[in-house]
Design a protein. Structure first.
Length: 545
C-alpha cells in the first residue's frame, strides 16, 4: 500500500503533463536554439566553451545548455518536450532525497519510509508547477536547482562524501543564479561541524577555497542584467514580497485574495521554521552537538528563505503578483516538504503518526486544490503555445504549400487552415466586452459552453486584409471554494482572452472566435466587432541573449 500511495501523485502528475504538453518553444527557449546555432559556428574549443558558460540574464545556465546539446546530439533536433521531461524528473530526485532522510530517521525504515514520504510526493507533484511543467528552459532551471541543493545538503549532513557535495554545489551554481547561495549555506554547515569534529576542518578549508574559485569564475566578466528594473527600497513591500514568495503555495486555495493568502502562509511558515531552527541551535549549545537532521533542515531553510529575500529584492519592482507566479512555487512547496520531513523525523512516540497523517491530509488537499485551481492556466498555456506557433508560421492569409520548416508541433489548425485564414462563415457569437487595460487587450465572452478536453480549443481570431492572428482564450475559473468539494463546476461558461499590445501588428482587425474539436472540425464565428490595434505603449524587455 505504501508504494501505491507514493505512485498516485506521480502517475497523476505524469498523466496530466502528457495530456497537455506541446513541443513549442517559449521565450527563453529560443535562446537555447540560438545557443546551438552559435555553438556550431564556433571553430575553437575556447569559443565553444564560452557559449556554454555565457551569461543569460543574471544566470549561468550551463546545465540547460548541456541538456539541450545532448538532446540535439541524440535526436538530431532540439525537442522541447524532452527538456520539460528532464526538468520534471528532477522533482522525483527531490522526492528521493527527502525519502532518504526519512529512511535514516525512522525506525523500521523499510516499512515506514514509503508511508511517511507519501505526503511529500503529494506536496511536490501537482499542478502548482503548471508554468514550469510545460516550459522547457523553466523546467530545467527552476526545478533542477532544488534537486541539486537539497541533495548537496543531504550529503553534507548525513555522509562523509564532501567531494560529491561540492560537485552538486557546482551544478547548482551552473543551473541558476540563486545556486550561489549554497556556498555560504554549505560553509556554515561545515563550520559548525568543524567545531564539533575537528577532523572536518580540512573539508571546511577545501569548501572555502572551492567556493571562492567558483564564485570568482561566476562573476568573471559578469554584467548586470538589463532586463531587471531598478531596485526600489521599500521595507514594507519587500517584507510582503518575501513572505508571499515563501507562502505562494496558498494560491491553490480559492478562499481569499491570492497575494494576501500567500503572505499569511508565508508568515506562518517563516515563524515555524525560524522557531524550529532556534530551538535546534539551543539544544546544540546545551549538548554541544547537532543532529544530522538539524543540519539538513537548517541548511535547507536558510537556502529557501534566502532565495525568497533575493527574489523579492530583485523582482518586486515588476509587480507584487509576480512573486507568487507558478515558476516560483517550487520554493514554497519545497519548504512545506522540508518542514514536514523535519517534524516527522524529530517527533517520537504517538506524535510521529499524527504528523504523518496531518502531512498526508495537507498534501492530498493541496494537490487536489492545485489540480482544480490551475487547470484553467494549464489549458490557456497549451493554447498560448499553439497560437504563438500559428502566428509565427503563417504571415499571410494565403495557405502555404507546405508545413513551415524547422521545429513544428502538429496542431488543430492544420486540418482547417483554409477556414481559419478566410472570412468567418458560421453564426454570430456575442462578445460581452472588449477593452484595453495598460499594455494589454481583453476580450470576454460569457455564453460559450466550457470544456475540459484539451483538444477542444477556443481562440480569438484577429483578421485583416494582410494577415491573421490567433490569441489564446482562457476558460473562466469558478472562484468559489465549493469547487474543491465537487459542489460547483470548475469552469463557468465563456472565456477570456488577454494579449499584449506588442503581439499583433498595429492595424484594424475583424474580431472573430475560433473553436476546434477532437474530431478535427473547426468553426469560425463572427462577432460583428472590430478591434483597432495601436502601436505598443511599452518598450520590449531588453535581454542579453
Amino acid at each position: 500500500m505504501g508504494w501505491l500511495l507514493m505512485a498516485l501523485p506521480v502517475v497523476a502528475f505524469a498523466g496530466l503533463w502528457s495530456r497537455y504538453v506541446v513541443n513549442v518553444p517559449k521565450w527563453d527557449d529560443h535562446a537555447l536554439r540560438a545557443f546551438l546555432i552559435k555553438l556550431a559556428e564556433e571553430d575553437t574549443l575556447t569559443g565553444k566553451t564560452y557559449q556554454f558558460f555565457k551569461q543569460h540574464n543574471e544566470h549561468r545556465i550551463v546545465y540547460d545548455r548541456v541538456i539541450s546539446w545532448l538532446d540535439y546530439q541524440l535526436w538530431g533536433e532540439l525537442n522541447f518536450t524532452h527538456l520539460m521531461a528532464v526538468g520534471n524528473l528532477s522533482l522525483l530526485g527531490l522526492l528521493l532525497v527527502f525519502a532518504l532522510v526519512l529512511r535514516r530517521e525512522l525506525p523500521d525504515r523499510r516499512g515506514n519510509t514509503l508511508w511517511y514520504a507519501a505526503p511529500v510526493a503529494f506536496i511536490l507533484l501537482n499542478l502548482s508547477h503548471w508554468e514550469n511543467m510545460f516550459w522547457g528552459m523553466a523546467a530545467l532551471q527552476n526545478m533542477t536547482i532544488m534537486a541539486w541543493v537539497v541533495g548537496c545538503l543531504y550529503l553534507l549532513a548525513y555522509t562523509p562524501h564532501r567531494l560529491a557535495a561540492f560537485g552538486l554545489a557546482v551544478a547548482a551554481t551552473l543551473t541558476s543564479g540563486n545556486g550561489l547561495l549554497i556556498w555560504p549555506v554549505g560553509l556554515l554547515v561545515l563550520a559548525v561541524q568543524a567545531v564539533e569534529h575537528r577532523k572536518n576542518r580540512p573539508a571546511l578549508a577545501g569548501w572555502l577555497a572551492g567556493a571562492a574559485l567558483c564564485i570568482g569564475l561566476y562573476f568573471y566578466g559578469y554584467e548586470k542584467s538589463v532586463s531587471n528594473p531598478p531596485t526600489r527600497f521599500d521595507p514594507v513591500q519587500l517584507l510582503k514580497g518575501w513572505l508571499a514568495f515563501t507562502g505562494a503555495a496558498a494560491e491553490a486555495f480559492p478562499m481569499g485574495p491570492p497575494y494576501v493568502m500567500s503572505i499569511l502562509l508565508g508568515g506562518l511558515l517563516t515563524l515555524l521554521v525560524v522557531g524550529l531552527v532556534a530551538a535546534a541551535l539551543r539544544r546544540g549549545l546545551i549538548r554541544r552537538s547537532l543532529l544530522p537532521l538539524d543540519y539538513f533542515f537548517g541548511g535547507g531553510a536558510a537556502f529557501l528563505l534566502g532565495t525568497g529575500a533575493i527574489v523579492a529584492w530583485s523582482r518586486v519592482a515588476f509587480g507584487a503578483e509576480l512573486l507568487i507566479t507558478s515558476r516560483y512555487k517550487i520554493y514554497s512547496l519545497t519548504l512545506l516538504g522540508l518542514l514536514y520531513v523535519y517534524l516527522a523525523g524529530r517527533l517520537r512516540g504517538r506524535w510521529r503518526p499524527t504528523v504523518g497523517i496531518a502531512g498526508l491530509v495537507v498534501g492530498v488537499v493541496l494537490a487536489w486544490a492545485a489540480y482544480l485551481s490551475y487547470l484553467d492556466e494549464t489549458i490557456f498555456w497549451r493554447r498560448h503555445f499553439l497560437a504563438s506557433q500559428f502566428n509565427w508560421s503563417y504571415e499571410t492569409n494565403t495557405p502555404p504549400a507546405a508545413r513551415p520548416a524547422g521545429i513544428y508541433q502538429p496542431a488543430f489548425y492544420e486540418q482547417c487552415l483554409d477556414q481559419i485564414l478566410q472570412p468567418a462563415t458560421a453564426s454570430v457569437v456575442p462578445i460581452d466586452s472588449v477593452f484595453r487595460t495598460g499594455n494589454s487587450y481583453v476580450v470576454q465572452n460569457r455564453t460559450l459552453p466550457a470544456s475540459r478536453n484539451p483538444h477542444d480549443e477556443q481562440y480569438i481570431r484577429l483578421r485583416s486584409a494582410q494577415r491573421t492572428y490567433l490569441m489564446a482564450a482562457s476558460p473562466v475559473q469558478n472562484p468559489t471554494w465549493r469547487v474543491l468539494s465537487g459542489l460547483a463546476p470548475a469552469f463557468l461558461p465563456g472565456f477570456q482572452a488577454v494579449f499584449s499590445d506588442t503581439e499583433p501588428m498595429p492595424g484594424l482587425y475583424q474580431l472573430d472566435v475560433v473553436t476546434s474539436h477532437s474530431d478535427g472540425t473547426c468553426q469560425v464565428y463572427a462577432t460583428g466587432r472590430t478591434l483597432e490595434i495601436t502601436p505598443p505603449t511599452t518598450k520590449p524587455i531588453e535581454t542579453n541573449w
